[in-house]
Design a protein around this ligand. Structure first.
Ligand code: DNO
Length: 348
């Protein structure tokens, strides 16, 4: 596997110099952040990003994400124009030698939490999710916000957008996803890009919106929508793992064995109740997921793709983008690299 770290570009408090000093991190996961959702990414911007990263001795291994315009998820007539732009972006990324593109198909809201800075027992801050609190939140009153979301609605557009989704069922969303995939996967094939859908986080419906990338059965349905080696997954342990019925190591073996995992997000969570959880440090003992078993499954299936530690807590007085500070993610990368070394040596 290739150990990578997410970087939010020049505005990120965590710099490329910080990242290159984390032992064993060789790659960057990033995106173009100043092109409105739905428009094609110009070739020059992609090259500029890539060169900036390579100048620091790192590789641009993954684009996370090329966001999908809401009109595509809603299946509106206007979707074709946005799909054409998406294809142009993929072609430009392919020309720049990008191999993996992560995206998601969650209506309106990307990953969602009830608190971004919950104080844990050791004094660190973490992102948490409490179903009851989320149910009481009103997104229209700005009660829900996560920096780092790929928002595709402008100010004031949210209410209208939520209304448009009222008539969209899970089956409609599946149909719209299939339509999208049938258009873009052939282009990804020609461009040498592996598309990696990110699971829904959390993997259940929120605010009455449909969510479908949630469990093994649905992941299976997803990959069979378009049977192509370029149609695969971002296997995110933290997103899927909050449902106790999702056995992450088993999912890694199953989908990894089929060559369907193109990108790995590895983080731990602690389930605190039904549909409630805290984001924990990466260490197995600190959460509900066994990181050794998960890494072992990647190792056994010969995973060679990019892998990243995921959200970190805020520790050592760090402030910054929730989930994406430097220190705890660096500890996560080092811990996962440690497990990997043991797995490699034990095999000999
Ligand atoms: C959260 C991330 C997600 C992810 C998108 C992919 O930290 O894992 O925001 O980037 O869902 O499109």
């Amino acid at each position: 596997m290739k150990m990578t770290m997410r970087w939010y570009g020049d505005d990120d408090k965590v710099t490329l110099d910080n990242i290159r000093q984390i032992p064993g991190v060789t790659g960057i996961v990033s995106a173009i952040y100043d092109v409105p959702v739905g428009e094609a990414w110009p070739q020059e911007k992609i090259i500029e990003l890539k060169e900036k990263i390579e100048a620091k001795g790192l590789a641009l291994d993954v684009i996370e994400s090329v966001p999908v315009h809401e009109d595509i998820k809603l299946g509106l007539q206007t979707r074709d124009k946005y799909i054409e732009n998406y294809k142009k972006t993929l072609i430009n990324l392919g020309k720049a030698g990008i191999e993996v593109v992560c995206y998601n198909f969650m209506p309106v809201f990307d990953w969602t939490r009830s608190s971004l800075d919950y104080e844990l027992i050791d004094g660190s801050n973490a992102l948490i999710y409490e179903e009851e609190t989320v149910q009481k939140m009103n997104p229209l009153k700005g009660e829900l916000e996560l920096p780092g979301w790929d928002t595709s609605y402008g100010d004031g557009g949210l209410e209208e957008l939520l209304k448009q989704y009222q008539s969209i069922t899970e089956e409609d969303l599946w149909k719209n996803l299939e339509y999208f995939l049938k258009e873009i996967i052939p282009v990804a094939e020609d461009s040498g890009i592996k598309m990696a859908i990110h699971p829904d986080d959390p993997p259940w419906s929120i605010f009455g919106l449909p969510r479908i990338i949630t469990n093994k059965e649905n992941l299976e349905r997803f990959i069979s929508l378009v049977d192509s080696p370029n149609n695969g997954l971002t296997l995110c342990s933290g997103s899927l793992g909050v449902s106790p019925t999702n056995d992450i190591a088993e999912l890694v073996r199953y989908f990894g064995g089929k060559g369907k995992i193109h990108f790995a997000h590895v983080r731990n969570i602690k389930r605190t109740g039904e549909k409630s959880f805290e984001e924990a440090s990466h260490r197995s003992e600190d959460g509900s997921l066994d990181m050794y078993e998960i890494m072992k499954a990647y190792h056994e299936t010969g995973f060679k793709g990019p892998l990243r530690p995921d959200h970190g807590r805020m520790i050592w007085d760090e402030t910054g983008r929730p989930g994406y500070g430097l220190y705890d993610r660096a500890l996560g990368a080092t811990y996962l690299n440690g497990i990997w070394e043991v797995l490699k040596k034990d095999k000999k």
